[in-house]
Structure formats: C-alpha cells, structure tokens
Design a protein around this ligand. Structure first.
Ligand code: FCB
Length: 423
C-alpha cells in the first residue's frame, strides 16, 4: 500500500484569508512625495538597471531599461476599478482584504481635509463589506502629502502630530466600517532604505536622521493608537512590521552571532519596544532570510529565488512567529509574497509558508489571518512595474485583469480553511 497519506490541516475557525495592496502601488494618479521622486529619478533608475540586476533578470524583464517603468502613473487604475478587483477577490474565496488610504488625497493641503475623498474610501469599505471581506486599513503606506514632505516628512518633529491629526479625521469618518486599523506600514523599511542606505527618497545616509525618524514614527504610532481608541474603543490597532529571519552565517562564530543580535535589535525589536503597550495585535510581513557575517555581506543559499533574486525560505516564517510568543498577542500575517511573473513558484510558495504557519499554530501561536502580497501586480517602488507580485496579472496597456493559476490554488485553501499536503 502506498504509505503516503493525504493529511488535512485545518486552520482555526474564523481565520482570515486575503491579500494586500497599498494605495500608491495600485490606485493610479497619486500626487505625493513618491510621484515627485519618480519624475526626477526615472531615467537614472533605468540607466542603473544594467548594473543592479543579474543577466537573467535583465533578459527576462527588459522593461527595467525603460524609464516609463519607474513612473507609477495610472498604476492598476484600482481607484476606479476597485469593484471589479473585489469581485475577483471574492471569487477567489477571500474573506478579508488589506489596503491603504492615501494621505495626500485626504489632506492635500495642510489642515484641509477633503470629505469627497473620504467618501471614496467609504465606498471601498462598503464594497468590501458587501462582499463579506473584513477590511484591514493601513493609514500610512510610505507616501506623504507634498506639503509634509517639504517640511521633511517623518524627519519633522511634528510628524507625529500631523499623522495623528490625519488619523483622527479618517477614523472619525470611517470607524463604523472598520475594526482593524494599521497605523504605519513597515517603519523600519523606510528607516533602512531612505535614511541608512539612502536609495529611497529623500536619499539620505545619515545616522542622526535615521534615529530621528525612528523616534518620530514610533511616536506617530503611539499618538494615533490613542486617538483611534478614543473614537473607537473596540477597534483593534497595530502597525505592519517587516520581520526578517536572521541567522549567523557560521553557527559557531561568536562574531556572526553578534551581527545577528544587532540586526535583530534594530530590524525587528526596537520599534516594538518603542511602541510597547500600544498594540492590540502583532503583524508579520515576511520576505527575507538573512545569513549574516560580521562586517560582511549577507550570504544566503539561494536554492530558489524570486524574480527579484530574493531567497525563498518558508521555514523562516515559523521562527519569526515563534519569536513573537513572548508578547502574547494575536498575530496577523499582513504580507508575504513573491515576484513571479511566470507563476511557476507562487502556489508552492504560498503552500509552503502556510505549512510552517500551521506548524507554529499547532505549537500554540495565536495566528489569525494571512494576507498574500499582493492581490494585483503593482508598482514596486524604486523597481517599478517589472516585478510581478500579483495573484492577478495586470496588462498595463489594456488594464485587463487575468487571474493566475496559483490564485486558484490559494482560493482552495481560503475556501476550505485548510491546507493539505502529502506526508
Ligand atoms: C513590502 C511593502 C510592500 C511591497 C512588498 C513587496 O515591504 O510593504 O509595499 O513593496 O514589500
């Protein structure tokens, strides 16, 4: 007899299944600090592509040499097509959806809030509710209104004041339709990419700026946490945290272990500490497994990688979830995904990550939801449109949506609330 048996692995009842997007990456026609930066930097980014990416990537994605690739422009036109997109998500069995509100639309001028734009997001929320999808609403997914960026964006001492004032306005208007608020998306990604390596706007490499932004963003979360709870005491509030799984390159090297400690502290823990007591749930956004060498480069095995060359390492998500146990809070996986234009790795990627999440749940972790990044192909920041993260493919010429095969595989999981694999 075939020894292999199919085992059904059920997720906890009420588990949330969905996908995530962010305003600037999908809506189209945003005018904010990122859109301005794109205009100025598109040509440079196209020129640099030849030295930044490997030959196989350059051959496969020649769009990277075109400056248009780096302009978000009309993106996926999701601002107008959200109903069509939510119909697809519903058809795919999703019972939850994460998206973000674009600050520059709501407060285009300092202190002047646009009620019409709020109306748009109210319609979005109603559209999700009508389709039986629980909304997770992010208030800041990296983009700033122009007036604020002119004042230094998150480097400005008053950032927390401005952010919490905007948060208060939004929550007052929409609280009846939202139970889960995410204040900030991945503060440490901005700290690292904008103020440490200096590749994103405002392209600063400055330790003092970095520390200042750390402090201001933590304060922004803390203030907003208080404001949201004043308006909506029952709301659940958290921030979206990117968590990498760090390991020493050489397990016996004390120095490599120190490198891991430092990276873990600044990357995964410091922001949680600065916002202690101000989370109703924790989040995991998992993309990276980093084997660290002291004062050296990251060296991963990279047996399988995504189109971006990011290592696929599902086991890492298990270790990260286990590491959060000490906080004793519910956990939502608010992003996990890969760029995979030919859709050859996505279904396995999702299943494998879910397998490890399942294991963590079996061992007591309180994981309550999973949001694949992303529902749609979209504008991947300084890399532009060529990385294809979507469950749904976008034809950027016609705006046609095409559901990828892997999306149907994920749909089976969402509908049955279980994964099954051969063991
Ligand atoms: C995350 C971001 C998200 C997207 C994915 C690929 O760090 O939150 O906007 O760019 O990476």
């Amino acid at each position: 007899m075939d020894k292999k048996t199919k085992k059904e692995l059920k997720f906890p009842e009420g588990f949330l299944w969905g996908a995530a997007t962010s305003a600037h990456q999908v809506e189209g026609n945003n005018h904010n600090d990122w859109s301005e930066w794109e205009r100025v930097n598109a040509e440079r980014l196209a020129k640099e592509a030849g030295s930044k990416w490997e030959k196989w990537q350059q051959d496969k994605f020649s769009e990277m040499f075109n400056s248009e690739n780096y302009i978000s422009g009309r993106a996926c036109d999701h601002y107008n097509r959200y109903e069509e997109d939510f119909d697809i998500a519903k058809e795919l069995g999703h019972n939850a959806h994460r998206f973000s509100i674009e600050w520059s639309r709501i407060e285009p001028e300092e202190g002047k809030f646009d009620e019409k734009k709020i109306e748009h997001y109210r319609k979005i929320l109603q559209a999700l509710r009508e389709r039986g999808m629980e909304p997770f609403v992010t208030l800041w997914h990296w983009t700033n209104p122009i007036w604020l960026s002119k004042m230094g964006g998150p480097e400005n001492k008053k950032f927390a004041f401005y952010f919490s004032r905007y948060a208060r306005f939004v929550v007052e208007q929409l609280s009846g339709l939202v139970d889960f608020w995410i204040t900030l998306n991945e503060p440490t990604s901005v700290i690292a990419n904008s103020y440490m390596s200096g590749v994103w706007l405002p392209q600063k490499k400055n330790l003092l700026s970095m520390l200042r932004v750390y402090k201001n963003l933590a304060r922004a979360h803390n203030y907003a946490y208080g404001e949201i709870h004043k308006i909506s005491p029952k709301a659940k509030v958290g921030f979206a945290n990117i968590l990498a799984f760090y390991e020493p390159y050489n397990k016996n090297s004390a120095l490599d272990k120190i490198a891991v400690k430092i990276a873990k502290y600044f990357g995964n823990e410091k922001f949680l500490n600065l916002t202690k007591g101000k989370h109703d749930f924790l989040t995991v956004q998992y993309y990276f497994h980093n084997k660290l060498k002291f004062l050296g480069r990251i060296k991963n095995e990279n047996k399988t990688v995504s189109d971006l060359g990011w290592e696929i390492y599902p086991e890492g998500i298990y270790h990260i979830i286990k590491g959060l146990r000490k906080y004793n809070l519910p956990i939502y996986i608010t992003e996990n995904g890969l760029a995979d234009a030919d859709d050859s790795r996505r279904a396995k990627f999702i299943k494998d990550h879910l397998g490890w999440i399942y294991r963590a749940i079996q061992e007591g972790a309180d994981v309550r939801g999973y949001f694949y990044w992303s529902l749609l192909d979209n504008f991947e920041w300084d890399k532009g449109f060529w990385p294809r993260f979507g469950l749904v493919e976008i034809d950027y010429e016609t705006m046609e949506r095409k559901i990828r095969k892997s999306a149907w595989e994920y749909a089976k999981i969402c509908r049955r609330n279980e994964i099954n694999f051969i063991n």
